[in-house]
Design a protein around this ligand. Structure first.
Ligand code: CIZ
Length: 434
């Protein structure tokens, strides 16, 4: 099977030649170009954007990091030349550098990764390489921050394209969460109830800035991943009367619903409105206050797609990610993290048809890895994660060759005080037991 990027190139070329007659579809023909076009466009316009792909319509905050211009030699090099340069630089650096590739990253980059996994698996994988001076994270900004928090101060974590952020993570910023917290304190006070449970426990998804992880560490809260969200919510309910969950409303809602929390006990907090757009009673009655954030890749999945998959492939197993809307999770056969999806496919004994609701690069890689099964993405339109897309082999070659020359570029460093509190929230997650 060809990579997602090759498929996009083909679709775009066919569309240019045959127009409407072309087969297949991508959400943006701009995905066929090099991401450096967007580095430049943003520099010229003076406003950041997430670029083509699923998050293209999400507004990027003004503070979003931007990537300077990649030297022309990397933009003009062929894939084969970039491959040779990456391999040569990697060989020269040896154990001094480790390359981490997220499941949602393009194949053209993943082929050079020493470890492939989810954000937390990758941060932990880096811990097995303490001799590495540089950790090159081919993922997005919050993942590189987590790796910096967990790695030693001597290790430099590098994000090959600084514009590789996460639109969901950006939907909850530290100022808005602080403001929300103050309003909640005014309503609930700060005193525990007779059972010793505090009014609110903040829980942040791994897909959030280090500042929000630190906020949780400082306020008795915790981090969760999509693999352990249930355990973490149980931990929080043992200690608090209610939870403030950010930034992903869908993971929060799907997990709380599975724990028996009713939908009317889950008001949504819109940071642009007073009291998040709620009346005081709704907040007093709440068990989980959901932040108004979402993933634009997972938002694309629908019940209609599941119905079509079931009609086209009787007996199909539908597995979706818990960042999908509740109706989609309810209609699927099962829901779970990227690791859950991978393990569910690995565990299938006989040839099985799987329709998967998560990012296309991961789905296509699973399809190539398990040819005995039929595996396809529920979304018929190829629309990868916009921010993962910002990492191209050209940027990987550049950061590696800079390291060979003794220069560290694109280092992600989390402030010392932020690190300490964020680590507290991560350690609580590691210690949490169901
Ligand atoms: O934690 C991750 O890497 C993400 C983005 C999702 C997941 O389910 O692994």
């Amino acid at each position: 099977m060809s990579s997602v990027n090759t498929a996009i190139q083909l679709i775009t070329r066919e569309q240019a030649e045959k127009g409407a007659a072309a087969k297949g579809g991508t959400c943006s023909p701009a995905l066929a170009k090099g991401p450096w076009d967007y580095d430049l466009a943003e520099a010229l316009a003076g406003v950041p954007a997430y670029g083509p792909g699923a998050s293209s319509a999400d507004p990027a905050p003004a503070s979003t990091p931007r990537q300077g211009q990649l030297p022309d030699e990397y933009k003009l090099a062929s894939d084969a030349e970039l491959g040779e340069r990456i391999k040569a630089a990697k060989a020269t650096l040896g154990d001094r550098a480790v390359i981490l590739g997220h499941f949602y990253q393009r194949d053209e980059v993943i082929q050079y990764a020493d470890f492939v996994g989810d954000s937390f698996q990758l941060a932990n994988a880096a811990l097995t390489r303490p001799e590495a001076e540089a950790i090159i994270f081919c993922g997005v900004h919050f993942m590189a921050e987590t790796a910096d928090i967990l790695s030693t101060p001597e290790q430099a974590v590098i994000l090959p394209n600084l514009a590789a952020g996460c639109s969901m993570a950006d939907m909850a910023d530290a100022d808005s969460v602080e403001e929300c917290w103050e309003q909640l304190e005014e309503i609930f006070g700060t005193e525990p109830d007779a059972g010793g449970r505090v009014p609110v426990i903040p829980v942040t998804y791994m897909n959030s800035s280090a500042a929000l992880k630190a906020f949780c560490g400082e306020h008795g809260g915790i981090v969760c991943t999509s693999s352990n969200a249930r355990t973490v919510l149980e931990w929080a309910f043992q200690r608090g009367q209610r939870v403030l969950f950010f930034p992903d409303q869908h993971l929060g809602r799907n997990t709380a619903k599975a724990l028996g929390v009713s939908l009317d006990q889950m008001p949504m907090w819109n940071p642009r409105k007073d009291l998040g757009g709620n009346d005081q009673q709704a907040l007093l009655d709440s068990r989980v206050i959901l932040w108004h954030g979402f993933c634009s890749v997972h938002k694309r999945f629908s019940v209609a797609q599941i119905e079509k998959a079931r009609a086209d492939f009787p007996g199909v197993q539908v597995i979706v990610h818990p960042e999908c809307p509740m109706e989609v999770v309810d209609a699927a056969d099962s829901a779970g993290s990227t690791d859950f999806i991978k393990k569910a496919i690995a565990a299938a004994t006989g040839p099985t048809t799987f329709a998967i609701g998560t990012e296309i690069n991961m789905v296509n890689r699973l399809a190539a890895e398990y040819p005995q099964h039929t595996i396809f993405c529920l979304d018929p339109v190829i629309c990868p994660c916009s921010t993962m897309y910002r990492i191209h082999p050209g940027y990987l070659a550049w950061v590696l060759e800079e390291l060979v020359a003794g220069r560290v570029v694109n280092r992600i460093t989390v402030d010392h005080n932020v690190q300490a509190n964020a680590r507290t929230a991560l350690e609580r997650m590691l210690a949490a037991r169901p």
